[in-house]
Design a protein around this ligand. Structure first.
Ligand code: IMP
Ligand code: MG
Length: 374
């Protein structure tokens, strides 16, 4: 399964055939158990339920008949709130019968409410609701949904009968509307500039994915992944982790189709890494929008890091090592700034001030960056 385009929108893979089939089978078993030896009338709500109903019918091993309702409530990716009956069902098929409504998806519950109202007026012996998908966060009604195949988050989906303006119904799997991408940027600056602190705040405020290479290494080592095992050998020897390993880890994260954007912290550290990152992003049809450079004078950095060393327990926060790290930064890392400057993506931020002040400066700049086409 890969990303698809329907009309103006992109959709990403969400549920595979096995998952859907599992939910349908589960529903069939539950309804059989409820029906015992009685015959039921399945009301197929068209158009969306046609594939679901056909598959359920194949799994359902007891006596059943089928009737068809055709309703309309959705336009595009939103409900209109008004439900229209396009094809009705004759009363004689409902009266005195054990009726089970087969819905593809229950969202706000508007459609369901209308169906229940209409069917109840035709006096069935019993009336139950079965839906393949149910969005609990969107449901606004009190009427209980009796049989649920799967609960899903409040996201727009297509496939397996469900459409986006009539397209996508024939997909055998379910796809989910791709989240609008916000922004992808590098948070840049010397050690002690406050990158980590600022990135955490920005990540929460903007709903982005935070990629800090240090955290990545720790995560992979803790979970004993192949990449983690390789990285550990270098870290234990006090060596830098080679680029291929770091890149492997980054590749995995940026493959997440549901991410709204990435904040890079601690990577790229060299121009060579910047070139690789640009290529990695390009391979995913993404692009770095900006490099935000947090500037703090060196005397202040040394003071901050020495302060931090008193409480952080970090062995590299002593004056000698700090000076060495700053020197490394100037020679190897600082050129990354020029690399992105040439692409017109460099933004400089004054990093002197309170955490809130610096954060506001960053937000102001981010708000003004024109996003590149992705
Ligand atoms: P409700 O009336 O808001 O509960 O919406 C029910 C109807 O809206 C369904 O029968 C579908 O036709 C449509 N619908 C709701 N959510 C989705 C979705 O995520 N994808 C496609 N159609 C949907
Ligand atoms: Mg429907």
């Amino acid at each position: 399964m890969k990303e698809i385009q329907l009309h103006d929108k992109k959709f990403v893979p969400y549920l595979d055939k096995e998952t859907i089939d599992g939910a349908v089978k589960k529903l069939a078993r539950e309804i059989e158990k409820f029906a015992q030896n009685d015959s039921v009338v399945f009301i197929v709500v068209l158009k969306g339920s046609f594939i679901f109903a056909a598959d359920l019918a194949k799994h359902y091993q007891k006596k059943a008949t089928f009737e068809f309702y055709r309703l309309k409530s959705y336009e595009g990716t939103g409900t209109t709130g008004e439900v229209k009956i396009l094809v009705d069902i004759d009363r004689r098929f409902i009266e005195g019968k054990n009726v089970i409504v087969l819905e593809d998806i229950v969202d706000t519950g508007n459609t369901l409410e209308k169906i229940i109202e209409e069917l109840q007026a035709k006096q069935p012996a019993s009336l139950k609701i079965a839906t393949l998908f149910y969005k609990p966060e969107a449901y606004k009604k009190d009427y209980p949904v009796d049989f649920i195949g799967m609960e899903i988050p409040n996201k727009f989906i297509v496939g397996y009968g469900l459409d986006y303006d009539e397209l996508g119904r024939n997909l055998p799997e379910i796809y989910r509307l791709k989240e609008k991408r916000m922004i992808d940027f590098i948070l840049f600056g010397p050690p002690g500039a406050g990158k980590g602190t600022q990135a955490q705040i920005l990540k929460d405020k903007l709903g982005l994915t935070y990629i800090a290479t240090g955290d990545l290494f720790r995560h992979h080592i803790k979970n004993q992944t192949e990449l983690g095992k390789k990285a550990k050998a270098y870290i234990d020897n006090g060596d830098l982790v080679p680029d291929e390993i770091t890149i492997g880890m980054i590749k995995e994260i940026i493959a997440d189709p549901n991410a709204r954007g990435f904040i890079f912290d601690g990577f790229p550290r060299t121009v060579k890494q910047a070139e690789v990152l640009d290529q990695l992003m390009k391979d995913k049809d993404l692009i770095i929008d900006a490099l935000l450079s947090i500037n703090v004078p060196e005397e202040r950095l040394i003071k901050r890091l020495l302060e931090r060393g008193k409480t952080s327990g970090r062995t590299d926060d002593n004056e000698e090592t700090i000076k060495h790290r700053l020197q490394q930064y100037r020679t190897k890392t600082e050129p990354v700034k020029d690399y992105y400057k040439q692409q017109g993506k460099l933004y400089e931020i004054d990093g002197v001030g309170s955490i809130e002040e610096v954060n506001q400066r960053l937000l102001d700049i981010i708000g003004n960056i024109k996003l590149r086409e992705k």
